[in-house]
Design a protein. Structure first.
Length: 266
């Protein structure tokens, strides 16, 4: 699996039914370079297409940092004017969309700093599990940057508008408890228990019906993005695919036989 990563700064591997994507620049607080931004969509696509994989976990190398955000040292070259800034933002958005639109559940396993573009990556995931040492921040107001529209959309999908405004207006750092109270993360655990907590969550998801999970993920996202005009044809098709599947029949049979179902995603 590691060979599918086009950059040494992102590690990729498979552990049973879990596909892992890990930012691997601990000496730079896992700052995400333009090369890394470009690598994220093809990596996610490869993991998403692997039938063995049931969940995708994103993390940062080392216990002290998920990601401190975009590599600021590249800004003088990549954000020299409006057009360059927009092109750079486009590669960011492509990465966010690849994560958000994955058919497999995506989980951000967060320890240490999770800031700026790193937080935007975490917000693109379906679930966020944080260690007690996690620190969250959106610093564009300290850099004079306009926060990407897609990043704000992802933020508003997780927290209320007043919390989003406070985070961006103040650029203050939130600890794990603050993040939990605001709804920014699903669960907070100790650093020692973080991996086990995420592994247990992945195992629970893997035991359930993949088609149901994928259909539900897409339905929730569609209803959230377009509450007044969702694509009902697509949603009905997703529902029909579940009812017409072998997994649906397996679920009924297992229930009547009082045993745990064995789902195949077909």
């Amino acid at each position: 699996m590691a060979k599918i990563s086009p950059t040494a700064h992102i590690k990729v591997w498979l552990d049973k039914t879990v596909g892992h994507l890990q930012f691997n620049r601990p000496q730079s607080k896992n700052a995400i370079s333009a090369e890394m931004w470009r690598a994220i969509p093809p990596i996610i696509a490869s993991l998403d297409q692997n039938p063995v994989i049931r969940t995708i976990v994103l993390s940062g190398a080392g216990p002290d940092c998920f990601s401190a955000g975009a590599d600021i040292s590249e800004f003088s070259a990549n954000r020299t004017d409006t057009n360059a800034a927009r092109e750079y933002e486009n590669i960011n958005v492509a990465a966010f969309n690849a994560i958000a639109n994955s058919h497999k559940p995506t989980i951000a396993m967060i320890s240490g700093f999770c800031m700026g573009g790193g937080l935007a990556v975490a917000l693109s995931c379906d679930l966020r599990i944080a260690a007690e040492n996690a620190v969250f921040s959106l610093p564009p107001a300290k850099l004079g940057l306009a926060y990407p529209i897609e990043g704000i959309r992802q933020l508003l999908g997780v927290v209320s508008p007043p919390i989003a405004k406070e985070m961006i207006f103040t650029a203050r750092r939130l600890n794990a408890l603050d993040a939990s109270r605001s709804g920014l993360v699903n669960e907070v655990t100790t650093l020692d228990q973080l991996k086990d907590t995420v592994n247990d969550l992945c195992a629970t998801i893997a035991n359930n019906a993949p088609l149901t999970i994928s259909a539900s993920k897409q339905t929730i996202d569609e209803l959230h993005r377009h509450p007044e005009n969702p694509d009902m044809a697509m949603l009905n098709e997703l529902s029909a695919k579940c009812f017409n599947s072998r997994d649906y029949r397996e679920g009924q049979t297992a229930f009547s036989e009082k045993r745990r179902p064995v789902f195949t995603g077909k």
